[in-house]
Design a binder for this molecule. Structure first.
Ligand code: NAP
Length: 288
């Protein structure tokens, strides 16, 4: 019976959150938690969920993990060759019993030229569409949880130097994205569609800096820096060149309004207001 639903990245934040919510919506016996890190998957051991090892770099492990699986939820990796990994998973799924693949990419329009931070998702979606499998695209806003990583030394210097996004960015809390994604997977009325999951209003970096100031009691302002200069700063502080280029491409995409498609879909699917900037920043800043 190919009625199992396999969640990749279940050892990670997004996939793990999706699986935790999904096991409240569907019988756990129908669910498969997949990833490489078996220790991280072990938290699902007592829930009735099946645990399988799956490495996107190992075709045999992908084939084995997809046994009896009719629905595959694919979480992107952060590997430099992730597009190749995603294509491999989709190709193997198309030759298996899988009928439907859902993918969590990022909000975009159809722009080109912003590097793999955007294009890996566009190309993965294109590959899914060409695979013959039923496909559902879940396009996520930028994680609010990732803001501390974007800040650099803003809390010490009082300056958040980042390429200006004049119209703001579509953001969302990763926990809300996980919950909404579980609801999308569980309900066939959401299948075969493109979903845009973010806060209903774009938030710009001036507002972000203002939230930071309020939460920390320290004055923080946003200052524009060109994407090329931002990349150089990252390299200077020790970020590997490839990753610095990836992050600068993402910053440029955000600056140019690529990750900007505010809709109320996230709130609608959750049936409540999503977590906002201050909610997530407060929790993140409280982390030791
Ligand atoms: N929208 C945004 O703002 C944003 C921000 C950051 C990241 N992302 C993307 O969203 C993804 C999920 O985010 P997250 O926070 O859940 O990341 P995470 O906690 O690092 O989880 C990544 C997952 O990918 C799995 N993975 C990595 N390499 C794999 C491989 N070779 N084969 C099979 N699985 C592999 C990991 O599992 P194992 O290690 O157990 O294999 C892990 O479960 C990220 O990977 C990244 O592509 C989006």
């Amino acid at each position: 019976m190919n009625n199992k639903i396999l969640i990749t990245g279940a050892s990670g934040h997004l996939g793990g959150g999706v699986l935790a919510h999904l096991s409240n919506l569907l019988p756990p016996a129908q669910l498969v938690a997949a990833g490489r890190n078996q220790q991280a998957l072990a938290r699902f051991a007592d829930t009735g969920v099946t645990i399988r090892s799956m490495d996107f770099d190992d075709p045999a492990s992908i084939e084995a993990a997809l046994t009896d699986v009719g629905t595959l939820y694919l979480v992107p990796t952060a590997a430099p060759d992730r597009l190749e990994q995603h294509r491999r998973v989709v190709d193997i799924a198309a030759r298996s019993e899988v009928k439907h693949v859902l993918y969590s990419g990022v909000i975009h329009h159809d722009e080109r030229g912003f590097g793999p931070a955007i294009s890996d998702h566009q190309h993965t979606e294109q590959h899914m569409a060409a695979s013959g499998l039923q496909h559902t695209f879940i396009r996520n806003g930028i994680y609010l949880d990732a803001i501390p990583m974007l800040l650099g030394n803003a809390l010490e210097s009082g300056v958040f130097a980042y390429p200006t996004a004049p119209h703001g960015v579509s953001w969302a809390a990763r926990a809300d994205l996980a919950e909404a994604t579980a609801r999308i997977i569980a309900d066939p009325k959401h299948h075969g569609k493109v979903h845009q999951l973010s806060l209903a209003h774009a938030v710009d970096y001036v507002a972000l800096a203002s939230s930071l100031s309020t939460l920390t009691g320290r004055a923080v302002i946003h200052e524009h820096i060109a994407p090329g200069a931002y990349e150089q700063v990252l390299v200077k502080v020790g970020v590997p060149a490839g990753l610095a280029g990836f992050l600068a491409g993402l910053a440029d995409a955000m600056a140019q309004g690529v990750v900007l498609q505010p809709t109320s879909e996230l709130a609608h699917i959750l049936g409540r207001q999503p977590l906002g900037v201050a909610d997530v920043l407060k929790a993140e800043l409280a982390r030791p």
